[in-house]
Write a protein that binds this ligand. Structure first.
Ligand SMILES: [Zn+2]
Ligand SMILES: [Zn+2]
Length: 272
């Protein structure tokens, strides 16, 4: 299972791409979120809509859904492209369609629905799905709370065939009481990390994450940061490592989970 971080920046970054992640397993690719700059982010990895087999959406902010129209229309008008499998929480999917439908519902001569462009896989409350032998459990994150209710935003606990657990809450407030069990059970965490001097209150700020248990920080990579990290890459990474994190994820970085043993390692084992 391979993660390519096609973008690791915050919504309005200029020196990075928005925080969208491509997962590859058994030669198929699933994209977690498609922000408005996804065509550029994929292009930088020598990829395009043609390489996206499946799409999972975490929540309806533009840095996570603004590129769905690109994926939908380019795939729809490419006769050689199979429809993309869409995975998403039921309530969230309605919100996503409401946001993107003005640009997609009217094709020439056709009244289109979400299902016109994607093979829809709607996940029910407290649900999960599997894709390419990986189990994806949906975990709601507290990203934005208006006066009375929480925006539907669903991160993922991903479990590989070998049992390795990867937690990606997507955009989330700092909520250690609600998240500590997920931190504990995961082997690796990709965590939202705001780095601006002004706190938005709807993301986990670096200064808050710093206060987490050593054990949790030791398996945590940071992403969704502001451009100030790119401007002082070495400085921020040194600070992150000193504070006990794995570091900041860089645009284009690849992380392999359950990587097959390299031939040289097998030889050493045989000889031993
Ligand atoms: Zn975001
Ligand atoms: Zn967001």
């Amino acid at each position: 299972m391979k993660f390519t971080f096609v973008g690791t920046g915050s919504a309005f970054c200029l020196k990075n791409f928005q925080c969208n992640i491509l997962i590859e397993n058994e030669d198929k690719k699933l994209l977690i979120d498609a922000g408005g700059d996804i065509r550029f982010a994929l292009n930088e990895q020598q990829l395009s809509y043609k390489d996206v087999d499946a799409l999972y959406i975490t929540h309806p902010h533009q840095d996570h859904i603004g590129g769905i129209e690109y994926l939908a229309l380019t795939s729809y008008f490419d006769p050689g492209k199979s429809p993309i499998e869409y995975y998403g929480h039921r309530g969230l999917t309605n919100d996503v369609w409401t946001a993107i439908s003005p640009g997609l519902a009217t094709l020439q001569g056709i009244t289109a629905s979400f299902g016109t462009f994607f093979n829809m896989n709607i996940i029910k409350e407290n649900g999960e799905f599997s894709w390419q032998s990986i189990r994806f459990e949906l975990i709601q994150s507290v990203h934005i709370m208006n006066k009375y209710s929480i925006m539907p935003s669903f991160g993922l606990m991903m479990t590989t065939e070998k049992g390795t657990k990867v937690y990606y809450p997507s955009d989330t407030q700092f909520a250690p009481n609600q998240m500590k069990d997920f931190y504990r059970e995961s082997d690796i965490i990709f965590h939202d990390c705001e780095t601006s001097p002004f706190w938005s209150q709807v993301h986990s700020h670096y200064e808050e994450l710093k206060t987490l248990d050593k054990e949790h920080k030791s398996k945590m990579w940071l992403l969704h940061y502001q451009d100030n990290v790119v401007e002082d890459w070495e400085g921020w990474n040194q600070k992150a490592r000193e504070d006990g994190f794995l570091g900041f994820l860089k645009k284009g970085q690849v992380i392999e989970v359950d990587e097959k043993a390299k031939p040289s390692q097998l030889e050493t084992k045989k000889g031993a």
